[in-house]
Design a protein around this ligand. Structure first.
Ligand code: ATP
Ligand code: PRP
Length: 522
């Protein structure tokens, strides 16, 4: 009986094709049980995506875990000859917490790892297989490559203090130039230093173009070595005709503790987030085998069964617009630069309005839902208050500060409020995550009372000691006999983009950003 490929789901079909590709390329399958010694994860916490792991005691009293990761086990158990390179692939389920659903999820991963004497040739083979893996999906795809050495070298060259690096890296990763400028200034960097960091987000495109533009920006040996490594890799791939879908993006950064060199992210049209992640992770390999190097990647196949075919066809750029006070002002701004719609959405109850000639479609959503639509790829871009964006923690690009809807996040309380550090502070707020992060940084113990509006009532009725809320004119506070105690986060409306949309619709998104930037007040 012949194998009928049509009865297989896309994920099953691709899994078989990938296994054939990896076997033919000389990789051996690494099998592992669902369970692994918990001690492995405990000792290597910083290499895991989350510290939360499902554990249990087995019949011999050993503490085991449902595996959250495969790479750690391969790095520990790989049988590698001295001076040799172990080549493994795996197709396994991992168990990780999902912030969104607040439950653990079983995630199907297929990936490969090269451990030991990883040289330029091995790295080129791994990247070539990442490209071929994406191509096997039969969809439009893009593989982005960056280099942690270039970014780390730049942070070093501009004299970024270690304490400021996590914040600066987040801004770089989000292509958030406006916050990057601000944080760089706060960290005491020179104007040139801040400008150099901001340049990173533009170093994105074809490998020839990016390397040419990056060359003059290499300020030290580490940056030069990173570019040389990328040049060698790209030249090897070009000689095999494999660079059509490869892009370099030097603002692509991943976990600094894990990746130390090349970093990879792969996208398929129709999938809202990266379906492939990987790179060089020598520090982890060297924990188990001194001097070992490693490169690998993992594909997240669960996305595949829900890929949206419609999203592959070129359609209008979709914008999630917040209904209400902010949306009206943002829409006027967009209409002023040629993105208006013939139909007036304010005069109807329609939730979708569009202008096919301008190539734009608006979804009218609740302000607090904008980031969700964008992160999940239901909208390509969106405009959202920084308050809601920071609260959501959405994984998006923050491309522009529109300057609209300016206000600030504050702690406010009664006129005669005096903090008593011996008591847990009761804080009422809509912004639970922002409040928690603010007080955690102060080391202050708090109880949060989550409210959905009229926050100022809470201290008046004794429900809380203070509130964390946005203040614009200060009228609401004044009229309720409260005052600002601390102001800690400036707020305004930001233009955000879905990470995958930015891969496939970059020109349209950049045009929109540029047109808005031209009419915005400095
Ligand atoms: N005085 C203000 N009050 C509230 N938001 C303001 C103010 N000034 C500017 N904004 C910005 O406008 C955005 C949207 O505010 P709006 O009050 O319309 O939404 P919301 O309170 O989140 O709405 P909903 O409760 O209906 O979800 C906020 O996220 C904030 O960034
Ligand atoms: O400083 P002001 O100019 O007085 O503005 C600040 C007020 O505006 C917001 O409330 P909103 O009107 O969104 O109502 P809400 O209480 O339902 O959140 C915010 O929560 C403050 O209460």
């Amino acid at each position: 009986m012949e194998l009928d490929w049509n009865i297989l789901k896309p994920q099953e079909r691709l899994t078989l094709q990938l296994r054939m590709l990896y076997e033919r390329s000389g990789f051996r399958q690494y099998h592992m049980s669902r369970f692994e010694e918990y001690g492995l994860y405990q000792k290597n916490r910083s290499f895991l995506p989350s510290e939360q792991v499902i554990t249990f005691t087995d019949l011999d009293g050993r503490l085991l875990a449902l595996k959250p990761d495969v790479t750690l086990s391969i790095a520990k158990n790989a049988q590698v000859e001295p001076q040799g390179c172990g080549r493994y692939y795996y197709s396994e389920n991992v168990y990780r917490p999902s912030q969104e659903s607040h439950t653990f999820q079983e995630i199907r991963q297929i990936g490969l790892e090269c451990i030991g004497a990883v040289d330029d040739g091995v790295t080129a083979q791994a990247v070539s297989l990442a490209l071929q893996s994406l191509a096997l999906s039969g969809r439009a795809f893009a593989l982005e490559a960056g280099h942690m050495g270039f970014v780390a070298g730049l942070l070093d060259a501009v004299g970024a203090p270690e304490s400021a690096c996590p914040g600066l890296l987040t801004c770089i990763r989000e292509k958030n130039k406006h916050e990057l400028q601000k944080q760089a200034a706060e960290a005491g960097l020179s104007r040139q230093g801040a400008e150099a960091l901001c340049c990173l987000s533009a170093l994105s495109g074809s490998w020839e173009q990016v390397l040419e533009e990056a060359e003059p920006l290499a300020l030290n040996a580490a940056m030069g070595a990173a570019l040389e490594e990328l040049r060698t890799l790209c030249a090897a791939l070009a000689s095999q005709g494999q660079t059509e879908h490869l892009r370099l993006d030097l603002s692509l950064v991943n976990d600094m503790e894990y990746y130390n060199g090349l970093v990879l992210q792969g996208y398929l049209a129709g999938a809202p987030r990266a379906v492939l992640k990987g790179g060089r992770y020598d520090p982890l390999a060297a924990r188990f085998r001194p001097g070992a190097r490693a490169v690998g990647f993992a594909l997240y196949l669960d996305e595949l069964n829900r890929l949206d075919d419609a999203a592959e066809r070129p359609a209008m750029l979709s914008v999630a617009l917040p209904k209400g006070r902010l949306g009206d002002r943002v829409y006027s701004l967009l209409a002023g630069v040629g993105y208006g719609c013939p139909e007036n959405y304010q005069e109807s109850r329609k939730l979708v309005v569009e202008n096919p000639a301008a190539g734009i479609r608006y979804f009218l959503v609740k302000p607090s839902d904008v980031a969700i639509y964008v992160e999940h790829g239901a909208a390509d871009v969106g405009i959202v208050g920084k308050d809601i964006l920071a609260e959501s923690g959405a994984d998006i690009y923050e491309l522009l500060d529109t300057g609209l809807g300016r206000c600030r996040m504050c702690v406010a309380g009664p006129q005669d409020f005096v903090d008593d550090p011996s008591r847990t502070l009761r804080v009422a707020t809509k912004f639970v995550n922002i409040a928690k992060a603010y007080y955690a940084a102060q080391g202050r113990d708090i109880d949060i009372i989550k409210l959905n509006g009229s926050i100022e009532l809470a201290p008046l009725l004794g429900l809380s000691d203070v509130i964390v809320d946005i203040v614009e004119t200060g009228t609401t506070l004044r009229e309720n006999h409260l005052k600002v105690l601390t102001e800690f986060m400036p707020i305004s409306a930001r233009l955000i983009a879905n990470r995958a949309s930015y891969q496939f619709r970059r020109r349209e998104i950049d045009t929109l950003v540029q047109k808005l930037a031209e009419v915005m007040e400095p």
